[in-house]
Design a protein around this ligand. Structure first.
Ligand code: GAP
Length: 532
């Protein structure tokens, strides 16, 4: 499915708009429109219900070491700057960027790829920002242009390699940057911290400097003791949070996939170290299943275990749930969620000072003066289990999902075009009813003979409990098409027969089947559609 069509539908039907569009937009920022806001809220609400409020803490789920509790938090976006020093973000949360002196564009060093070409008695590196087949084509076109050759001479190009990363290139003087006409216009890679800096209060200097959070997770760690002391949670238990995070991405792209402001849905699950591997595996599989239950096809969704070289500084095991987004080359997948085994890195860092790996163990990182490089809070963040009188650092399993990336995957999965009677093509968004922005549309067949009154009565009786819409504009076929594009699972029409036998026409979005349903059954049927 083409991404352009999905983006066009999102704009046309009010799912997503570029932020501040009337001023030309702002790269990496997006606004959700009237349909988009409902869709994303439904994704977040489904997550919260399935992971937190609807979780049955009394029953042990098969395949888990124990029953467990789940509670929530809603922490501030700006936190004490020391949080980011101890979490590692201050020192380590950066990407390398390269600038093009000719085009003035900036790229992530690890995202540029290209091919070696024999040209004018030397090897040159023709780079591209695109991967897969499209990237190959792009390098071909650019190579022809660079050498002043015609399209039909493509067979004369002397390629010396397939697509490789710019990371493998040592000498930038032979690189043709993606938007340049000359060689050697890229600067050497430079570090760029992704945290947005701001200033708190009237102090404009470094004293007042703070950061917008780049993840919601740290709010949970620094409140660990507060939650343990103020509730009756016992390990194993999870703390969940949904909220905005900010990263000053060097190259935001692919619609909302890589934004600079986005929302995360994170769980920090605290358990005994002996059980942490079992919990890690269970959370990984459970989170994969959550997406398929809500409609993502297993053909487009993979669970990928990280190689040891890919692991973050704190992690001793991470798996990604990845989706085959249509903007990616065939066979490539983009991350929706990471499930990480963070061991005791965070709680210990916030108590003792920032930790580093020393072989297999974690030790406090010291500065040149022999003192901790980033001082911890000094507060006791260990857990005391009074049932067995044991004190320990809980290990943490972290399923960390992006609400915007999830919403984008559901949008891409839902989009379909199919032929209908009369040679027409209908565009339909096949959302799972739980996340569909509108649950049912209510139509009077015609605007007379008591039908509008009856339809409004039904609308008013459902509105309090369900996201229903009333539509009396235009021919019934056009109204159906409008709702198909919005992804509304059911259309309910009040027609002539309703006025005699009190039944309605119930039209199913996917099968296009129309059946008669008694007025009194409508609410129960809608409820059963929305069951997890
Ligand atoms: N606390 C761990 C953590 O933040 P992450 O892999 O950096 O891990 C988790 O982020 C999720 O947040 C990602 O899987 C993705 O869904 C989402 N995410 C991260 N950066 C994003 C961005 N720039 N735009 C949209 N979503 C993003």
């Amino acid at each position: 499915m083409s991404m352009d069509k999905i983006v066009a539908l999102c704009k046309r039907r009010g799912f997503l708009f570029p932020s501040s569009e009337i001023y030309g937009g702002l790269n990496g920022f997006w606004d959700y429109g009237p349909l988009g806001v409902e869709l994303k809220r439904n994704v977040k609400e489904a997550w919260w219900k399935d992971m937190v409020s609807g979780h049955d803490e009394l029953t042990q789920i098969e395949g888990t070491p124990a029953s467990f509790q789940m509670v929530g938090l809603d922490c501030s976006i700006i936190m004490h700057p020391q949080v980011w020093k101890c979490s590692g973000h201050y020192d380590l949360f950066h990407d390398y960027m390269v600038d093009c002196k000719e085009s003035k564009k900036r790229y992530r060093h690890d995202q540029l790829r290209g091919r070696w070409l024999k040209a004018k008695e030397q090897s040159v590196f023709i780079s591209s920002q695109t991967g897969g087949e499209e990237g190959l084509e792009e390098t071909q076109t650019r190579a022809l242009k660079f050498l002043g050759m015609r399209n039909k001479q493509v067979g004369d190009l002397e390629w010396e390699s397939g697509m490789v990363s710019l990371l493998t290139v040592k000498d930038f003087s032979v690189v043709l940057a993606p938007d340049a006409t000359q060689l050697g216009t890229l600067t050497e890679p430079r570090e760029f911290n992704l945290m947005f800096k701001t200033f708190v209060g009237a102090l404009a200097g470094e004293e007042g400097a703070a950061f917008l959070r780049p993840e919601t997770a740290q709010g949970i760690f620094v409140n660990f003791k507060n939650v343990v002391d103020s509730t009756r949670v016992k390990t194993p238990f999870g703390i969940a949070q949904i909220g905005k995070s900010f990263r000053n991405e060097i190259t935001p792209r692919n619609f909302t996939f890589r934004s600079r402001e986005f929302e995360q849905m994170e769980i920090e699950f605290f358990c005994h170290p002996n059980q942490s591997q079992a919990w890690y595996k269970w959370w990984r599989d459970r989170r994969y299943q959550w997406y398929t239950n809500l409609g993502l096809s297993p053909e487009r969704l993979i669970l990928r275990e990280h190689e040891p070289s890919e692991l973050s500084h704190y992690s001793c095991g991470t798996a990604d749930i990845e989706y085959a987004f249509p903007f990616l080359p065939q066979g490539e997948f983009g991350e929706l969620e990471g499930i990480a085994h963070r061991a005791d890195f965070d709680l210990r860092s916030h108590q003792e000072g920032k930790l580093v790996k020393d072989g297999e163990t974690l030790i406090v990182e010291n500065g040149a003066d022999g003192k901790p490089r980033h001082k911890g809070s000094g507060k006791d963040l260990q857990y005391f289990d009074d049932r067995v009188r044991e004190r320990y650092w809980p290990h943490v399993i972290e399923p960390s999902a992006g609400a915007d990336r999830g919403t984008l995957a559901f949008l891409c999965e839902a989009y379909a075009e199919e032929p209908v009677e009369g040679g027409e093509v209908r565009t339909v968004m096949r959302f799972h009813p739980r996340i569909a922005p509108v649950k049912a549309a209510i139509f009077p067949l015609v605007n007379r003979e008591g039908m509008p009154e009856k339809a409004k009565e039904l609308y008013r009786s459902l509105k309090g409990d369900f996201g229903v819409q009333y539509d009396d504009g235009g021919a019934i076929g056009r109204r159906y098409r409008r709702q198909d594009e919005a992804g509304t699972p059911v259309c309910i029409t009040i027609d002539g027969q309703t006025m005699t036998d009190n039944t309605v026409t119930w039209r199913d979005r996917d099968s296009l089947q129309q059946i008669r349903v008694p007025f009194g059954e409508i609410e129960t049927r809608l409820r059963s559609l929305l069951k997890p």
